[in-house]
Design a protein around this ligand. Sequence first.
Ligand code: SF4
Length: 270
Amino acid sequence: MSDDLLDPAAELAWIAAQARGQLELDRLLGVPAALVPTLPALAPAPRPVAAPLATATPTAPTAPAPPGDEDPAALAARRRDAEARLDALARRMAGCTKCRLSEGRNQLVFGQGDAAAEVAFVGEGPGYHEDQEGLAFVGKAGELLTKMIKAMGLERDEVFIANVVKCRPPGNRTPAPDEMGTCLPFLQEQLEIVRPKVICALGKTAAVGLGLIAPDEALGRSRGRFRDWRGTPVMITYHPAYLLRTPADKRKAWEDLQQLFPLIARRRAT
Ligand code: SF4
């Protein structure tokens, strides 16, 4: 408790309001109701003059808080330039046969989203639906990712979404290290163009592919704190497909995502 909190009743009401907001997000993300406590009904109260309660695990190292967002005109100009550079990269990548994954793909999945996004989500590689549609993160896992993004106060087209490998591994197997290594320069170039303030690595394979953790490192021990990738903070969290199989871990994923909030100037309050 902070010494700055002068009114215990207001503080209690504010805590309850925060918790109700958390419950609403839990409902949105599909966290099982059995995992969340029932709260007493309290009248809404103005936020006390104090730092908000920390709901997420402390990070090490702490990610630097960014300055405010860019001037709108400068942002629009940077977005136009980034869109043109991404288009040029996509044209360069079209028909790529640098690795064996080209042999079984239906189509190359470049990735999509805001070319000047503040947040980039990086996954493992295209699955069946992505390979069919040519878009990253569609299907059930994509729907959950969309819910997670909305719960963060963003729209899906306000973030950038891509994978470590751009072509579907046969049978949805995990991409091999040499396949990830061959394809990684494309992702690096995408992220250098988009220049996100923060990257979210979805799942262990994405984290390994970005070189953030060793292949034998457990995701459960790696998630929840910021890493550095070429000067950009990266949060590792669970892949939406895993969360669909293990809904009890949605709460942990949400705690991870909440740590991104101070780095995102354009998010709307949730
Ligand atoms: S996975 Fe990447 S490197 Fe391999 S063929 Fe596809 S685009 Fe090229």
